[in-house]
Design a protein around this ligand. Structure first.
Ligand SMILES: N[C@@H](CCC(=O)N[C@@H](CS)C(=O)NCC(=O)O)C(=O)O
Length: 193
């Protein structure tokens, strides 16, 4: 989803092949030759195969600088990197716990006791993001970068999952800004499945 959001922002011509989840196909010899981890996403770019979503995002940003998804200067670039890693290292786990327990797990396998602590943890992390978003409209400044791409995908789940969330006006305003973007609507707002 992160990669498709960036592809949409760049306006990149592509062929998308769905694998994983209900599509399966991650354990075939052909797929494992592309990504021995047996996971999506994977891209093939002029014969160059790349896996790991954040590596793919940085590669696309470097190849398409006009989209301004990653700054050149070391400090602004490190700031974007920081929020990209924060998404995968801090926010993803509690967010997916809620998603799994409330939406994906078969009803007889759900463990409601895991939801409350995960919601509290997400609320704490989104409050930290809210602080940042009080200073400028996007996470790292006045335009969308890979930081918004990564965290935006989590925000979609956070705001659309069936949970009680605390009011966080600056995060809500940023989420409204994302919802106005065609790439976000087309590639991220595709339902909780
Ligand atoms: N660190 C990897 C994680 C990749 C990953 O966990 N992919 C999940 C989807 S988000 C996957 O392929 N799961 C197996 C499936 O969907 O069947 C990345 O960011 O690319």
């Amino acid at each position: 989803m992160k990669v498709m959001f960036a592809v949409g922002e760049i306006g990149l011509a592509h062929e998308r092949i769905d694998r994983g989840g209900k599509f399966g196909g991650l354990d075939t010899p052909e797929f494992l030759a592309l990504n021995p981890n047996g996971l999506v996403p994977v891209i093939e770019d002029d014969g160059f195969v790349l896996w790991e979503s954040n590596a793919i995002l940085r590669h696309l940003a470097r190849k398409h600088p006009a989209a301004r998804l990653m700054p050149d200067a070391p400090h602004p670039a490190a700031d974007v990197d920081r929020w990209m890693e924060w998404q995968s290292e801090s926010l993803a786990e509690p967010c997916f716990t809620i998603f799994y327990q409330r939406h994906r797990a078969p009803p007889d396998k759900r463990d409601e006791s895991k939801v409350g602590p995960a919601v509290a943890q997400c609320a704490r992390l989104f409050a930290m993001l809210g602080d940042r978003l009080g200073r400028h409209p996007f996470i790292c400044g006045d335009h969308l970068t890979l930081a918004d791409v990564c965290v935006g995908v989590m925000a979609y789940r956070w705001f659309e999952m069936a949970i009680d969330r605390p009011s966080q006006p600056t995060v809500e305003a940023w989420y409204d800004r994302l919802k106005q973007r065609d790439a976000f609507r087309r590639h991220v707002m595709v339902g909780l499945s």
